[in-house]
Design a protein around this ligand. Sequence first.
Ligand code: B12
Ligand code: SF4
Ligand code: SF4
Length: 339
Amino acid sequence: MVPLNANQILRQVADRIGLDAFGISPVRAPTHAPDFYQWLAQSFQGAMDWMARNPHIRADPQAYDPSARSLLVAGLSSRQTSPALPRGRIAAYAQGSDYHDVLREKLESLAQETIQKWGGKFRVCVDSSPLLEKPLAALAGVGWQGKNTLLIHRQHGPWLLLGCLLTDLQLPTDQPDSDHCGSCTRCLDACPTRAFPRPYVLDARRCLAYLTIENPGPIPEEFRPLLGDRLFGCDECLEVCPWNRHAQNSREMKLTPRPRPDLREMLTWDDQRFRSEFRGTPVFRLKRNRWLRNISVVLGNIGTAEDLAALEKASQEADPLVREHAHWAVQRIRGRTAT
Ligand code: B12
Ligand code: SF4
Ligand code: SF4
């Protein structure tokens, strides 16, 4: 028999396991689920075709798992403030080990402890399952969905990484939080590519996180200068949020930034070296060619004449993606330094 204070008990378990936020929601479509169809109709997902597959399942967790009676949502802070690289920036969530593995392990422990207490079946979902994790986290009272579309937590701001457990256990639910963005528009104003067509909606095709991570092809030229020194992802609309005022760096040691050498050195790595350096981190899934694509664009923006030799070598590579971006970077540096 599940006690009435089950969510308080589980909140304590979650905290002990190292999770920074926790809530339980009923298994139902979030309030703004219909906006998801609108988002797809405008092709805001770009080349992320998987977002458009079976949208009715993504829009409603009950359709994804008809046996589910409760949805547990957990958050793990990814906030980091010490840079991992001498030049260039990697988004905070991606500077250490892959959070998918870290969060999955914690959610499995939480499921095991719950099973020992009250039985039930559990399904672990971290990022790649067809769930609208942010609106579901809002429904579970973890925070609210901000104008930058991210889940904002009163203590951890926009830095929580989210994961869910679907269970056939009927658990007492939490109350959704209300929107505390007020008249603030800092995230919308800070976005270098103007990727928000309106508050609470993102055109992923313009987002630097999409362009540097999900986008399999060339980075369109109009966006290359706007990338600045961002190598992988973008934290601009997170860093400016006033709800950062109480946020601490992540307590999860596995997410601690791993130091990396300079961009010029990484440009010379072969595939084997790339794989051994980045295995087990979010950068690994880019593969070497997209990593070199991104390094080239960053060097095109911030590089010096000393980077030219490494870039010229990269512009002779067999892969056309690397070749073209390295060539673009050489031209940009030459244009700037008159070499
Ligand atoms: C696809 C995806 C992306 C895409 C598209 C992002 C997007 N905003 O949709 C790209 C590649 C751009 C991306 C970027 C990033 N991502 Co991402 N991404 C996802 C993924 C896999 C799906 C998101 C999704 O469903 N998008 C579809 C759109 C339609 O959903 P939506 O943005 O929630 O849209 C809703 C609102 O617009 C709402 N709405 C419309 N009008 C209104 C009005 C009001 C008042 C309200 C409240 C809502 C509302 O209706 C829509 C439908 O519900 C999730 C994981 C998951 N399974 O959920 C991670 C996820 C959202 N990403 C995450 C992260 C960390 C990032 C980055 C910060 C990474 C980085 N540093 O580079 C950036 C942030 C960019 C940004 N501002 O969103 C985290 C976010 C955690 C959090 N605290 O919110 C998630 C949850 C992954 C995880 N498991 O932790 N991501
Ligand atoms: S992550 Fe960067 S590019 Fe993407 S919406 Fe936020 S500020 Fe804009
Ligand atoms: S920056 Fe302002 S508008 Fe954007 S999410 Fe934070 S509080 Fe909301």
